[in-house]
Design a binder for this molecule. Structure first.
Ligand code: GFB
Length: 315
């Protein structure tokens, strides 16, 4: 991939896709191809095919996906399974048939067994039962990985698959029913402070452990791996450390200035007890994350407040 390559970023409006576009532009890649959802429906196979036939991208970042937090995953199993399968099949097939040189698929750390030994190595894939709160999404992503590996094996099509840990950052989804934990707690703490509430609700026990990566770090890794990783085997992308949800909530209280109590709602699921990726394969290639968690949360909070100001929400 060079500065003038034709690069299609699928899902450029999302958290990951928008960060990859920012990163590519910063690096001087000037020939980016993007399409709004109304212009190109990735569920429409003939339309995807026609798009690849006419635009002839050389490199593809497949960051389009139906994503969401623990509640959204268990409320909309059909969308999480069907939509993600359809996107993977339509984009990968068209990319292969229309001469794409390399495609990078973005997966998720939820593909691993719910009780996988920690930190989780790439080879633990398909060694045990999946976490029930996100098995639909996980199955779609595992099928995507296998499809990429099948294209590589059968046709020599260079399709690499990255497994990022829990991501957050500017551009995230802050809807409390659909979002992941970090944006949800950021919004709750902000609103609790603004309304002088004595407490904020945190789902579950607060004991699960999660690893959080700023999306700008992920985007940096995504571009790095497009350039330097050429294997069908999956590769984890994480920061190498994790914290409990309780610790995350405390950190978010500090960043937002909310000084009230945390109230744990045991009626909500905990999900996987721990999800920390082993990143030795990635660090062996010479890449590591740079953005610390507190710094990354502060950056995301600034963005959230700017959005609020844009939409005249109290800040
Ligand atoms: O981020 P999250 O929704 O998803 O939840 P997963 C992580 C943990 O935070 C769970 C707790 O133990 C939640 O119960 N939590 C506490 C909250 N308060 C809240 C809150 O207000 N909102 C949310 N959403 N959680 C996701 C998968 O799993 O991981 C996706 O559902 C994806 O498929 C993603 O793979 C990376 O980390 O449990």
């Amino acid at each position: 991939m060079d500065r003038s390559s034709r690069i299609y970023v699928a899902g450029h409006r999302g958290l990951v896709g928008s960060a990859i576009c920012r990163r590519l532009r910063e690096e001087g890649y000037s020939n980016l191809i993007v399409r709004e959802r109304r212009e190109l429906d990735l569920f429409d196979r003939p339309a995807v095919d026609a798009f690849f036939a006419s635009e002839k991208p050389e490199y593809v970042f497949l960051a389009a996906a139906k994503v969401g937090g623990i509640l959204a995953n268990s409320t909309y199993p059909v969308e999480f399974l069907r939509d993600n399968l359809a996107i993977a099949i339509n984009v990968m097939d068209a990319a292969h048939r229309h001469g794409v040189k390399k495609i990078e698929m973005l997966g998720s750390s939820c593909i691993y067994p719910t009780l996988a030994p920690q930190p989780i190595k790439e080879e633990y894939l398909l060694t045990g039962p999946l976490e029930p709160t996100n098995e639909w999404y996980a199955i779609a992503k595992i099928a995507g990985i296998k499809l990429a590996q099948a294209y590589w094996q059968q046709y020599g099509f260079r399709a690499i698959s990255l497994m990022p840990t829990n991501l957050y950052g500017p551009g995230d989804q802050f809807d409390l029913k659909a979002s992941h934990v970090l944006p949800a707690l950021l919004r709750k703490a902000h609103e609790a402070r603004v309304s002088n509430s004595p407490e904020m609700v945190v789902w579950g026990s607060g004991n699960p452990r999660r690893e959080f990566m700023h999306v700008d770090d992920l985007a940096d890794a995504a571009v790095f791996l497009m350039l330097h990783y050429d294997e069908p085997g999956i590769i984890n992308v994480g920061v190498g450390t994790d914290i409990t949800i309780r610790e995350l909530a405390q950190l978010i209280c500090r960043v937002t200035g909310f000084e009230g109590r945390l109230k744990f709602d045991a009626s909500k699921p905990d999900g996987m007890p721990r999800k920390l990726l082993d990143v030795s394969r990635l660090s062996g290639l010479g890449w590591r994350a740079r953005i610390g968690l507190e710094e990354g949360i502060a950056d995301t909070y600034r963005w959230f407040q700017q959005q609020g100001a844009l939409h005249s929400v109290a800040t």
